[in-house]
Design a protein around this ligand. Structure first.
Ligand SMILES: Nc1ncnc2c1ncn2[C@@H]1O[C@H](COP(=O)(O)OP(=O)(O)OP(=O)(O)O)[C@@H](O)[C@H]1O
Ligand SMILES: O=c1ccn([C@@H]2O[C@H](COP(=O)(O)O)[C@@H](O)[C@H]2O)c(=O)[nH]1
Length: 233
C-alpha cells in the first residue's frame, strides 16, 4: 500500500460522457472511489483538470495565454465543487492554490501541506501550475514531487497507455508496463511530455487507469496491477 499519492483526475470524471458541467451520478461515483482510498489512511493529494468546463485550446477566438487562464479558473471551480461534495459526506478536505485568494482557498505552503496530511485532510491543488501554456498533467507531476508522493495516478477515460490513442484506433495495443523514456520516445499522447519528464527526473512512477472502473483507484493505491505502470527506469 502506498502511503502518499497524487491523483490526477480528468475534469470529465465530473460530467456525463460528451457532456459539460457536473453529473450527479458521476460525482457520487467519484466520492465513493476517493472514500475507498481515504479510509485506508492514505495521504491523498488531488489535481483536477477542467475538461468538463473549458480547456484553453477550445477557446480558439482568444489569445492562447488568455484562454489558458480561463482554463486554469475552470480547475479552481472543479476543486471547490469537489471540496464541497467531499465535505458533505464528512471527508476532511482543503483546497490550495497560488492563483486564487478566495475565502475557501489557502495558499500553497509546503509546511502546511504536511500538517494537512497529518490531520487526515485530502489536499486539492487548484489552478494548475499557475502558468498558461501548461496543462494539469504537468501540474500533477509538479505537485506530486512537491508533496513527496510515492505514486502519481492519472485517472482518466481509458484503461491505460496504448501504442496509439485507443479512442481513435481500435487495434491499439496496451502496455502493462513501460518506461518514461519509451513513453517520450514513442510520442504517446496520453500525458504531456513535460509531465513524463518531471516524473522521470524525480523517479516518480505513474499508473494510468480508467477512473470509471469501480475499485481501480484503490487497486492502484494498494500496488495491485491495474491500468498501465510507467516506471522511472
Ligand atoms: N497512447 C495513448 N494511450 C492512451 N490514451 C491516449 C493515447 N494517446 C492519446 N490518448 C488519449 O488521452 C486521453 C487522456 O488525456 P486527456 O488529456 O484527453 O484527458 P485528461 O488529461 O484525463 O482530462 P483533462 O483535460 O480534463 O485533465 C484519453 O482519453 C485517450 O483518448
Ligand atoms: O498549468 C496549467 C494547467 C492548466 N491550464 C489551462 O487549463 C486548462 C484545463 O486543464 P486540462 O489539463 O486541459 O484539463 C488547460 O487546457 C489549459 O488551458 C494552464 O494554462 N496551465
Amino acid at each position: 500500500m502506498y502511503k502518499r499519492v497524487l491523483i490526477k483526475l480528468s475534469g470529465e470524471v465530473m460530467c456525463g460522457e460528451g457532456e459539460r458541467g457536473f453529473d450527479r451520478k458521476n460525482v457520487e461515483f467519484l466520492v465513493r472511489q476517493l472514500a475507498q482510498v481515504v479510509e485506508y489512511g492514505v495521504n491523498v493529494g488531488i489535481v483536477i483538470g477542467a475538461g468538463n468546463i473549458f480547456r484553453g485550446e477550445e477557446l480558439i477566438d482568444l489569445p492562447h495565454s488568455l484562454a489558458d487562464q480561463i482554463g486554469m479558473l475552470g480547475t479552481v471551480i472543479n476543486a471547490l465543487y469537489l471540496k464541497g461534495i467531499l465535505q458533505r459526506v464528512g471527508m476532511k478536505c482543503v483546497v490550495v492554490s497560488q492563483i486564487s485568494s478566495l475565502p475557501s482557498i489557502r495558499p500553497i505552503h509546503y509546511d502546511d501541506i504536511n500538517l494537512y496530511f497529518d490531520a487526515g485532510y485530502v489536499v486539492i491543488f487548484a489552478g494548475g501550475t499557475s502558468n498558461p501554456f501548461f496543462t494539469t498533467d504537468t501540474a500533477a507531476a509538479l505537485r506530486a514531487v512537491e508533496m513527496g508522493a510515492e505514486l502519481l495516478i492519472k485517472a482518466t477515460k481509458v484503461d491505460g497507455v496504448y501504442d496509439s490513442d485507443p479512442r481513435k484506433n481500435r487495434d491499439a495495443k496496451k502496455f502493462e508496463r513501460l518506461s518514461y523514456r519509451d513513453a517520450i520516445k514513442l510520442g504517446l499522447k496520453v500525458m504531456d511530455t513535460e509531465a513524463f519528464s518531471i516524473c522521470g527526473r524525480y523517479k516518480l512512477p505513474i499508473v494510468v487507469l480508467n477512473f470509471f472502473e469501480d475499485g481501480a483507484l484503490l487497486r492502484a493505491v494498494k500496488g495491485e496491477p491495474v491500468g498501465s505502470y510507467i516506471s522511472p527506469e
